[in-house]
Design a protein around this ligand. Structure first.
Ligand code: GAP
Length: 441
């Protein structure tokens, strides 16, 4: 199973999905950059999430807030006091670990010495900086560790400008930062990562109904991503282990090659955040019921989705190796195919002139111009056609369109299906409609 992570990390680097960050300077531990294909994959997921949870609904609106907020926000939200992980240090080698991720009775994973751990202490995960030219306590600020607080802080502005009525949600996507003690496992745990989350505001007496509703919808979203149903699981988080703001949390966990761990979370945050911001800011954040004029603080259900973990899971689910015929008669070898759902694939159609001949290239470029009006296309005229097919399989391109010498006479091209490898002859006139139907099927 660990090999699977190596396969993904190496394919990600080889094909330009994800590179180690700052690599020419020896890297920066656990930082990663998305390359040309990775950024398309990530954007496709980000945009589909926005469509799925925001734009296709009438009860959801979005915001895009600042990454650094007034430090008073983090006082009110409880993050400055409570947002910490238990930290232990090996007294011999001084390596630090998360106390819940090492066996405190065993030897130190770094120097192998036994019985050397300090008692656990709380380590705050907020990433600190200074705003302005003075580095003193008056200028301390924090990068946001979650997006949620912007949705609470902007709550009043949103209801005043949208006139939304309960139940309704505010969604956001963007970077979050945490000074993790032990980041690792590729893009699973990093110190800066992308989040997609929303706060769904409900009447207190309806919280259980909406909790169930969103749990169900989160699972539907996972199936839409192509995640097999037996690969994810619900985990009820017991009292004492939930985040300080949550009265009920269910984590959706995934079977990663390195073990079953959190993918997404669903929390019932009560009116904890709005109440605290109302108290600390002095602003009235109550919602006024338009029928009864009753003033009340809504309660909140929060589904939260790590985007980088979604990319990792999408790659793990899509990765497949299978025996396939080569160009040599009767020979087979292993082809790697990323079987992304069509909507997610970074490139949807590859245009491949069979040879570097001017008349084939001309048709190829015309087709590229036409098709790229509505789908992401690649144009490739290098190497043998067999190698080009394998490359497109490895990046998950659903359809390859080959222009050959017959095209000059019959005005038709060959369309190859990524998953079945079947080839069909399609007239150039019908190509656009044919691909649209296939890609939307
Ligand atoms: N607003 C709620 C919240 O932030 P969380 O469980 O602390 O909840 C939300 O984080 C999601 O962010 C997680 O479910 C996970 O997908 C992702 N996540 C958390 N820490 C991460 C890290 N260090 N690197 C990458 N993703 C992370």
């Amino acid at each position: 199973m660990e090999d699977m992570m190596q396969n993904i990390v190496s394919l990600a680097k080889r094909r330009g999905f994800i590179f180690p960050g700052s690599e020419i300077y020896g890297g920066l531990a656990n930082s990663w950059d998305y390359g040309p294909l990775g950024v398309e994959l990530k954007n496709n997921i980000r945009q589909e999430w926005w469509r799925w949870f925001v734009t296709r609904r009438t009860d959801m609106v979005g915001i895009d807030a600042a990454l650094v907020m007034n430090p008073k926000v983090w006082e009110a939200s409880g993050h400055l006091k409570e947002f910490s992980d238990p930290l232990v240090e090996c007294k011999k080698c001084h390596e630090r670990f998360r106390a819940d991720q090492v066996d405190l009775k065993s030897a130190c994973p770094s120097c192998n010495e036994k019985g050397t751990f300090t008692n656990p202490s709380n380590f705050n995960l907020m990433l600190k900086t200074f705003l302005g030219p003075a580095e003193d306590s008056a200028h301390v600020a924090y990068f946001r560790p979650e997006l949620a607080q912007s949705m609470f802080v902007d709550f009043k502005n949103v209801i005043e400008t949208t006139r939304k009525r309960l139940p309704f949600g505010i969604a956001s996507q963007g970077k979050a930062f945490r000074n993790e003690i032990t980041p690792g496992n590729f893009i699973f745990r990093t110190r800066e990562f992308d989040l997609m989350e929303f706060e769904y505001f409900v009447r207190e007496q309806e919280w259980e109904k909406w909790f169930e509703y969103w749990l169900h919808d989160m699972k539907k979203w996972l199936l839409h991503l192509g995640v097999r149903e037996d690969h994810f699981h619900e985990a009820e988080i017991p009292d004492g282990e939930r985040a300080h703001y949550s009265k009920r949390t269910i984590d959706i966990e995934y079977d990663y090659p390195f073990g079953r761990k959190e993918l997404y979370g669903l929390a019932y945050r009560t009116d904890f955040d709005l109440k605290n911001h109302m108290e600390k800011s002095g602003e009235d954040l109550r919602y006024v019921d338009p029928e009864t004029q009753e003033k009340m603080l809504p309660h909140v259900i929060e589904p939260t989705f790590g985007l980088d973990r979604t990319v990792l899971v999408a790659m793990l689910e899509a990765y497949s190796e299978e025996l396939a015929p080569t160009a040599e008669e009767g020979e087979t070898d292993t082809r790697v195919v990323m079987k992304f759902p069509y909507w997610m694939a970074p490139v949807k159609v590859a245009i491949l002139p069979l040879a570097k001949k001017e008349d084939l290239q001309k048709i190829g470029k015309q087709l590229h111009e036409e098709l790229s009006q509505y789908v992401a296309c690649d144009y490739d005229e290098t190497q043998s056609i067999g190698k080009r097919y394998r490359r497109q399989d490895e990046i998950g391109t659903p359809f390859c369109v080959t222009i050959d010498f017959d095209t000059l006479q019959d005005k038709a091209v060959t369309v190859r299906d990524r998953d079945t490898m079947k080839q069909e002859r399609i007239s150039m006139q019908e190509l656009s409609q044919y691909l649209k139907e296939k890609l939307n099927a």
